[in-house]
Design a protein around this ligand. Structure first.
Ligand code: DHB
Length: 324
């Protein structure tokens, strides 16, 4: 039994997809729905559809230990992801007539855009659309000329305070960037704790922003946009992700859940995130490379590991990291 819950949303499995690769269309989302994934999370939407940055904008290391992207949020626009046809087509693919939580990720280019998208989501939910929650991305590193919002604490407070005044009723999660200084993480956690009635969960971590991969043959960056700078993902970020999940779990009020993401490829990886305090985990780069069958494999591996270790539930290992 791999069930868990995030921000009060029940999950049949604690493993689901990260926003990003293979999440842009109902066709892609349906494949996640049909797999063992415990939820379905969309690509981060902007107010209007957009194509993203010029190609090439992705790169995978030859040893598969790291990937990079500077996609620039290519997506079909918020109205597509909250449209009843998109949601229905996706949820119809869930196994044996079950319905998994459908989660919408948004990444507005301005506070105004985020507010508008949140209003549209709230309206759809009030009309009965089965949207289980919203993941607000405060961590996109790839919009040229825009900072990573959650590195700017004044802006972060401003966003949370403004949204909080709207008194929306849906479950809200925040996608956070990696914090590399514990003091910064503490500051972010303190702000989020001030809005614990608004924020039900956080997702740690987004890509490590503004990395650079260089091709020795062409002597140029592999990625063309943003001077070659791109978000780093895959196994290379796993240790940073574990540290962020662990510290967030220690700093945040207990009613705010933590979701772990960063370099998860195996059931063992997922288990380590649970120990560090994650209530669920997301898979991004591995899903990108392996496809949605990764959810079946990782779930099987995690269940096997829990059995071997004598854990009867996910709940029994969450936050149980031992100390020296
Ligand atoms: C994109 C957005 C992100 O939040 C991220 O971490 C990486 C890439 C994007 O589409 O550019």
């Amino acid at each position: 039994d791999l069930s868990s819950s995030v921000g009060g949303i029940p999950l049949v499995s604690c493993v689901y997809n990260a926003s990003g690769p293979r999440t842009g269309s109902s066709a892609a989302l349906s494949k996640i729905a049909a797999s063992s994934a415990g939820a379905i999370l969309t690509k981060s939407a902007t107010l209007e559809a957009q194509n993203g940055n010029p190609q090439p904008r992705t790169w995978h290391a030859e040893d598969n230990k790291a990937s990079m992207n500077s996609e620039g949020l290519p997506n079909s626009g918020i109205d597509y992801y909250i449209d009843s046809t998109t949601i229905q087509e996706t949820l119809e693919a869930c196994p044996n007539g079950t319905k998994k939580p459908y989660l919408v990720s948004i990444s507005g280019k301005t506070l105004q855009d985020n507010l508008e998208m949140l209003d549209r989501i709230a309206k759809k939910i009030s009309e009965g659309e089965p949207i289980a929650g919203v993941e607000l991305n405060l961590a996109c590193p790839n919009v040229i000329g825009k900072p990573i919002i959650a590195y700017d604490f004044d802006q972060m407070k401003d966003i949370l305070s403004t949204i909080s005044n709207k008194k929306h009723k849906f479950i809200l999660g925040l996608k956070l960037p990696p914090y590399l200084d514990s003091k910064h993480l503490q500051q972010a956690a303190a702000i989020i704790n001030d809005y614990s009635t608004l924020v039900s969960y956080v997702v740690c971590i987004n890509t490590i922003g503004n990395a650079l991969s260089v091709d020795e043959v062409s002597e140029a960056p592999f990625i063309s946009s943003n001077n070659g700078l791109a978000g780093l993902s895959g196994p290379a970020v796993k240790y940073t992700a574990l540290a962020n999940v662990r510290q967030m779990r220690q700093q945040l009020k207990s009613e705010i859940d933590v979701v772990g993401v960063g370099g998860i490829e195996t059931g063992t990886d997922a288990f380590l995130f649970l120990l560090c305090g994650a209530s669920a985990v997301q898979v991004g780069t591995c899903h990108w490379k392996e496809g949605p069958q990764c959810f079946d494999r990782i779930c099987t591996e995690l269940q096997q590991l829990l059995n071997e270790k004598g854990y009867t539930s996910v709940q029994d290992c969450i936050g149980k990291l031992k100390s020296w």
